[in-house]
Design a protein around this ligand. Structure first.
Ligand code: FAD
Length: 495
């Protein structure tokens, strides 16, 4: 068993979202026991995208004691209740994957069995009519109070978020060094990283290093040669082009929009003062010039930035933790931004690492446990995202024909087949998306299950009709009492 000396000096390489999230969490939660140094290069800059999140980010902020209103003001944030998927199942179809629970479930089966039973009786209301968050999102409304809890996340400005976390971390003792890392020095015997050498010749020594250098993976890959599992055969998009625009209306919808195109999809993320837009595409079917033209012809409002192209390869680093180096953020892999899961993976990586923190030395068992949990989490996210590409009636371009024909992981194929044949969904270990999410997306993408659980037939037809009607009516009433999202932002956290 390998065991090294106590970890006292932690060096974080990179100051994007990943670097500053790691710095903030380490400083706040274990800062009394360690020294933290963060190196970043203003010349290199950050990837500058990554503005939509999922609800567990609120738990992360609570853990750190971050004030929500201060965070939202500083990052021009808006609330997010889900993602609107347009033209995915078919051209001209539309569904919302919301963060809320749909209907009410019982021990034998989830709400969608009751909904399917209702459908068989001729009650044809959309599944989304039974979800509070989804209806609030559609109506452009938002508020929270103790009586009516609402499950939400944020849209935020990525650059401002890193700045906000820097201002949070430095008073807690994080030492920031501006400079370009030129060399990574390893111990010739153990292969562990000993220091980083900057372009001004400065040496930064450490016991443990966190690689947050983005796609470069300067430490985890260029120095440690950890290896990468390529998922391009499942997630073929490998390029994005991003541009920010002025908001065109006072209304800020609490929704990310994801609009499918012939060779990829477009995002629209509304912040308080501007909108983030981008096109994710596959270079095999669309070149950069075509992508730029397509994006610019589909944005609303004046462009505030020059369109910027970002190249990536979907996949995962074979080990998120290798020797005395942990990779977080884009350095650890990239699934695809379709379900806004990358910032979540940074957060869960940090929390997993803190739970295994090698105060008294690094052991192989801790490394293996970290990597096992990460693999399971990221593979489940991959499956959920591949689902959107695979289950679709679109075949109107070579891109969609490729997606139709591709073989998907057995784990995903089983979930799709089980739902098609029986209407059942069961989660795997490490699944961050709940049954509700799987059902919303599978129905939304066009699956019609052949069967459902007959628990719902324990009710008489009248009882079931009353039950479904009651939920729908209660949601309509709750939504009608909400203020607009825009009004709520103006009084809660104006930027
Ligand atoms: P970066 O932001 O690239 O930061 C790298 C840091 O390393 C920088 O500070 C840089 O200066 C430093 N660095 C690099 N090399 C050196 C060097 N030699 N010396 C010193 N410093 C160095 N995630 C979401 O959760 N939601 C989304 O909606 C979302 N959308 C995305 C859309 C696209 C098109 C892409 C590509 C990604 C998206 N992501 C999204 C992912 C998200 O952008 C990243 O997870 C997040 O920004 C973290 O990036 P990072 O900190 O790992 O890397």
């Amino acid at each position: 068993m390998t065991k090294t000396n106590a970890v006292k000096n932690v060096v974080i390489a990179g100051g994007g979202t990943a670097g500053w999230m790691a710095a903030a969490a380490l400083a706040k939660l274990v800062g009394n026991n360690i020294n933290i140094t963060l190196v970043e290069s203003d010349d290199i800059g950050t990837v500058g995208v990554g503005e939509a999140t999922i609800p567990p980010i609120r738990t992360f902020h609570k853990l750190l004691g971050i004030n929500e209103q201060a965070f939202m003001k500083a990052t021009q944030a808006s609330f997010k209740l889900g993602i609107s998927f347009e033209n995915w199942g078919d051209e001209n179809t539309h569904y919302i994957h919301s963060f809320g629970a749909t209907g009410k479930e019982c021990w034998a089966g989830e709400f969608h069995h009751f909904w399917l039973q209702g459908k068989a009786l001729g009650i044809n209301n959309p599944f989304g009519d039974y979800c509070y968050e989804l209806q609030a999102a559609k109506a452009g409304k938002f508020a929270f109070n103790q009586q009516n809890p609402i499950n939400y996340a944020y849209h935020m400005d990525a650059t401002r978020y890193a700045q906000f976390l820097r201002e949070f971390s430095e008073p807690l003792g994080v030492k920031r060094i501006e400079g370009k890392i030129q060399k990574v020095v390893k111990n010739p015997k153990t292969g562990h990283i000993e220091s980083l050498i900057l372009n001004n010749g400065e040496h930064i020594n450490g016991d443990f290093f966190i690689d947050c250098t983005g796609f470069r993976g300067l430490l985890i890959e260029q120095a440690l040669h950890t290896g990468y599992e390529d998922w391009s055969h499942l997630l073929p998009c490998n390029s994005a082009i991003a541009v920010q625009t002025k908001s065109t209306s006072e209304t800020v919808l609490p929704l990310t929009r994801s609009i499918a195109h012939k060779s990829g999809w477009q995002w629209r993320i509304p912040l308080q003062n501007r909108v983030g837009n981008g096109l994710v595409y596959c270079s095999q079917y669309m070149d950069d010039e075509q992508a730029k033209a397509l994006l610019l012809s589909n944005i609303e409002g004046e462009a505030l930035t020059e369109p910027r192209i970002i190249k990536f390869k979907t996949g995962r680093r074979l080990k998120g933790w290798n020797k005395n180096c942990l990779a977080l953020g884009l350095a650890s892999g990239f699934v695809e931004p379709l379900e806004s899961t990358s910032i979540h993976l940074i957060m869960s990586g940090i929390i997993r690492f803190m739970r295994l923190f090698p105060f008294n030395g690094i052991t192989n068992h801790a490394i293996d446990e970290y990597n096992k949990q990460l693999k399971s989490e990221i593979e489940n996210i991959r499956d959920f995202i591949v689902l959107h590409y695979k289950v679709t009636n679109r075949d109107d371009s070579e891109f969609w024909q490729h997606c139709n024909a591709m073989e998907v992981p057995k784990t995903l194929q089983h979930k799709i087949d089980l739902f098609k044949q029986t209407g059942r969904v069961f989660l795997d270990d490490g699944d961050i998306f709940r049954v509700d999410s799987w059902v919303q997306v599978m129905l939304g993408q066009g699956i019609e299950p052949n069967q459902h659980h007959l628990i719902a037939s324990m009710m008489s037809d009248e009882e079931l009709t009353r039950f479904l009607h009651g939920i729908k009516q209660q949601i309509e009433q709750r939504v009608s009492q909400l203020p607009s999202h825009h009004e709520f932002l103006k009084q809660y956290c104006p930027a």
